[in-house]
Write a protein that binds this ligand. Sequence first.
Ligand SMILES: Nc1ncnc2c1ncn2[C@@H]1O[C@H](COP(=O)(O)OP(=O)(O)O)[C@@H](O)[C@H]1O
Ligand SMILES: Cc1cn([C@H]2C[C@H](O)[C@@H](COP(=O)(O)OP(=O)(O)O)O2)c(=O)[nH]c1=O
Length: 197
Amino acid sequence: MLIVFEGIDASGKTTLSNLVKEYLLKKGFKVKMFSYPNYASIYGSIIKLFLESKIDLAYQELFFLYILDMFREKQEVREAIASGNIVLIDRYYTSTIAYQCSLGFNYEIAKKIIEYLDMPKPNIIIYLDVEPKIAIERKIKQKVPDVFERNMEFLGNVRRMYWKLINEGYPIKNWIVVDASKNIDEVFNIVIKALNI
Ligand SMILES: Nc1ncnc2c1ncn2[C@@H]1O[C@H](COP(=O)(O)OP(=O)(O)O)[C@@H](O)[C@H]1O
Ligand SMILES: Cc1cn([C@H]2C[C@H](O)[C@@H](COP(=O)(O)OP(=O)(O)O)O2)c(=O)[nH]c1=O
């Protein structure tokens, strides 16, 4: 079983995925977590330089770096699922489509490349929906925002791209949309009820 957490920056993915992990562990499930970008990986380290404005990258380069970062761990994810874990992923290739296609990468080509790479498909995608204004306010309180996090207009476009995916039912129909402007306890309860595990 593969559960993916999606949403714009500071929608609450990391907080919520950790809460869900604790909940599932307490219930006796085996759980494995992945998170992208993986800043410890070779591709993630290049992405980090970009997010900190230390290097400039074209959106095409970003698309491939983010996707390769996930592709590198594809086998590990498959094996974790096969050995009975509930796998939780904080951002997946649905982020790559939402962000890099908002920057200009061709949407249909992006889907074809991802299909060709034969990445493990999520069973459920939890989408934390929040207005960019609220998200940016949260981020500023947490840390110095990176290049994407401080751009309200861009995050608005990313949010619209997520809705395009949801409405299309890509890559699965099973998107659980949660109003992430609610407080974290409410968001958590809604998600647990919807997961029905
Ligand atoms: N529902 C919520 N209401 C208020 N603050 C939240 C909520 N969810 C997360 N936060 C706070 O917002 C910040 C970003 O949350 P985080 O989980 O890191 O988001 P993401 O992983 O989506 O970037 C953190 O400081 C977190 O404590
Ligand atoms: C996974 C992924 C993330 N991103 C962006 C979203 C974020 O702005 C940034 C870093 O992701 P993330 O680590 O989730 O953000 P944070 O630093 O707040 O924990 O990378 C993409 O543009 N494409 C992708 O494929």
